[in-house]
Design a protein. Structure first.
Length: 341
């Protein structure tokens, strides 16, 4: 018996953080890499767009006017998916087959810059640092009141984001959503056994192997995880355990800004396009102990082969489990070859 050849044989890989499996089919990637098939997309936008509801000084749908903000700006979502109305409803226990539970929460929008034409990738490291500090301040304010605070950015029309103005969202709620619950369980189990966080050990192991690392400095590591589902998926985590986004020291904040900037510029260079993705932070839930939780960000970009050819999660993936052809090692190697400046 020999070990599986991870670059040649079909196999499944286990996601230690989510508990899911993913199928990898590297034998389907024998054809040579086609590279970029579309001409580079050069989109020019004005610095200020009178029609944009996120630009400074403009009016939003419900009639409020944005202030003349100069760096970041946070406001309550005018069409919030969660409400904080304080009504005390009970779980519906009529039948175990028709379960419903109340949920209370708040949704905010955060503009990353007053400039309509920028993206995080195009911003200066110091401006990204301002975004990171604002994320921390939001988490610090919301964390005592809600079990889960989800900071995220949905970027690009391909991801269903209707407005190109650089912005993200913050949803906070009094329940643990599915992804949080899964990572809570895997990390708590690992910590109970090993007395170290799962991601501290995982990041250290990846730094030894090097083959999946895309960007790293003394404090942060960005890598294509062994178990990645999306072609150019990234896991970004500090080398040493940190529980919450608002626990980052100034040193970790400035280091993170530079690592994110370099990563996002590699992304943009990959298919010569402003790279679409969903990204978000997973910090410890608002529970008593957070020793087991290791802060991290996930980047889930849909693009596969060019600025227009994307991966779809359909068919087998919808009905059985996720599958990929390009291996995570090949994806990391491609991202490493690109300019980060
Ligand atoms: Zn996570």
């Amino acid at each position: 018996m020999t070990n599986i050849d991870l670059q040649a044989q079909p196999h499944r890989r286990f996601n230690a953080l989510s508990g899911d499996w993913v199928q990898v089919s590297p034998h389907r990637m024998q054809r040579p890499w086609q590279g970029q098939l579309d001409p580079p997309t050069v989109e020019t936008r004005p610095q200020h767009d009178a029609q944009c509801y996120l630009c400074p000084g403009n009016e939003r749908a419900a009639g409020q006017k944005n202030p003349a903000y100069e760096d970041v700006f946070v406001f309550d979502n005018d069409f919030a998916a969660l409400l904080d109305d304080g009504r005390d409803s009970q779980a519906d226990t009529e039948s175990p087959l028709l379960r419903a539970a109340p949920v209370r929460g708040t949704c905010r929008v955060m503009c990353f810059s007053p400039r309509h034409d920028l993206t995080l990738a195009a911003m200066q490291a110091q401006e990204i640092e301002t975004v990171i500090r604002c994320w921390g301040a939001q988490v610090r304010e919301l964390r005592p009141r809600y079990r889960w605070v989800q900071v995220f950015e949905n970027k690009g029309a391909m991801m269903g984001c209707s407005n190109p103005h650089p912005h993200g969202q913050i949803w906070a709620l009094d329940a643990l959503p599915n992804e949080a619950l899964r990572e809570q369980n895997t990390q708590a189990t690992y910590f109970a056994d090993m007395k170290r966080t799962l991601l501290r050990d995982y990041v250290a192991l990846e730094c030894e192997r090097q083959e999946r690392i895309v960007e790293a400095d003394d404090h942060w590591v960005a890598l294509v995880p062994f178990w990645a589902v999306w072609p150019f998926e990234i896991l970004l985590a500090p080398r040493e355990p940190v529980a919450h986004l608002d626990d980052l020291s100034p040193l970790l904040q400035s280091s993170l800004a530079r690592v994110m900037q370099r990563l996002l510029r590699r992304y943009d260079a990959l298919f010569s396009t402003s790279f679409p993705y969903s990204m978000g932070w997973h910090g410890a839930p608002g529970e008593a102990s957070a020793d087991h939780w290791h802060l991290h960000a996930h980047f889930y970009p849909p693009l596969l082969r060019s600025a227009s050819i994307r991966k779809f999660m359909v068919g087998y993936e919808l009905l059985a489990e996720a599958q990929r052809d390009l291996t995570p090692e090949q994806a990391a190697a491609r991202l490493r070859q690109l300019p980060a400046e």
